[in-house]
Design a protein around this ligand. Structure first.
Ligand code: FES
Ligand code: ZN
Ligand code: ZN
Length: 316
């Protein structure tokens, strides 16, 4: 064992070493280092401006609770307003949805943040569990579609400027790697830190943890004593690409900073080249004829799914 390292700023014993910068930090200085980094990401990609209202999607997991906390502490100095939303997807296994709503409510209350709960069952007539029983598609892909739709729908209804999700640097790196390997070019070009509104009146979608590693998010959440849900969603083990996680973690362990370099390089060099080569082959977006949200065809994917599920359940 070498000598215990000391915090670069206050010389107390360090509790974390930020490896890519060889930066030892105590608890307190790590928390401010982490929040400064999120602030830099928000400014770099122009995610939020003064006077704007952001709705944060909070599932009760570590990433989303940390995001709510970080945005709340940046909201004063940066001049924006924060509210939280939790979707009750109707997942019965592990009492997931129930715990998710309770955990998020507790966290929002502790921070003094407005918390909106939206029941998918009440709003759209079916739950995720019902959709999974009826449609032969991986649960996580159905869930992704439902969440994206419902969050945009709610943020639009309540007039928010931006909708923030807890996607991390690790999520983005994993997504890029799998898209490269399976050559999903269209999905690849959609992967950006900010997605501008596709139609007027919609929120922009922002990912303030675009440059934050999961290990740092966990340290931040633990140092703050955030009470996040330990049990994941019961469908999570059906996710197909988890082996990319192990691979990228190994790359990061050997070359600290590799995930960040990969994602920055993609945004600065690879995506512009891809966009230029795709030219106007990107599908045009128009309002769905049923609900008015963005769609690439006459009726959006969510409205088609909803109709199908309601019909199978005998509710349509
Ligand atoms: Fe969406 Fe688990 S929370 S599939
Ligand atoms: Zn310190
Ligand atoms: Zn629709």
């Amino acid at each position: 064992m070498g000598r215990a390292r000391r915090c670069r700023f206050c010389h107390r014993p360090a509790e974390v070493v930020v490896r890519q910068a060889n930066l030892p930090l105590c608890r307190e200085h790590f928390i401010s280092w982490f929040e400064r980094r999120v602030e830099r990401t928000i400014r770099r990609y122009r995610m939020l401006g003064p006077g704007e209202r952001v709705l944060v999607a909070v599932s009760g997991g570590k990433d989303s609770l940390a995001l709510l906390h970080a945005l709340k502490s940046l909201s004063g100095p940066m001049g924006f307003e924060v509210s939280a939303v939790t979707l009750d997807l109707g997942i019965e296994g592990n009492s997931y949805s129930k715990l998710s709503v309770e955990t998020a409510s507790r966290a929002a209350k502790a921070l003094g943040v407005e918390h909106i709960v939206v029941s998918i069952g009440d709003r759209y007539g079916f739950t995720l569990d019902e959709a999974v029983r009826v449609v032969r598609r991986p649960p996580c892909s159905l869930c992704g579609l439902i969440k994206r739709y419902a969050l945009t729908d709610v943020a639009r209804e309540l007039g928010f400027d931006a909708l923030a999700t807890g996607h991390t640097l690790d999520d983005v790196a994993r997504f890029l790697l799998s898209s490269y390997i399976f050559t999903s070019i269209r999905e690849l070009v959609r992967q950006t830190p900010v997605v501008p509104p596709k139609l007027p009146g919609l929120p922009r979608l922002i990912k303030p943890f675009y440059e934050s590693l999961e290990e740092h998010i966990r340290a931040y959440a633990d140092f703050l004593g955030l009470n996040y849900m330990q049990d994941g969603c019961p469908y999570a083990r059906t996710a197909p690409t988890d082996y990319f996680r192990a691979f990228l973690d190994e790359v990061e362990a050997r070359s600290p900073g590799a995930k960040h370099t990969m994602v920055r390089g993609y945004i600065k060099h690879i995506r512009p080249a891809l966009l230029a080569s795709l030219g106007n082959k990107i599908e045009p977006i128009r309002p769905c004829s049923k609900c008015g949200l963005p769609s690439s065809g006459e009726v959006c994917a969510f409205c088609r799914l909803r109709e199908r599920v309601l019909r199978a359940l005998g509710k349509a």
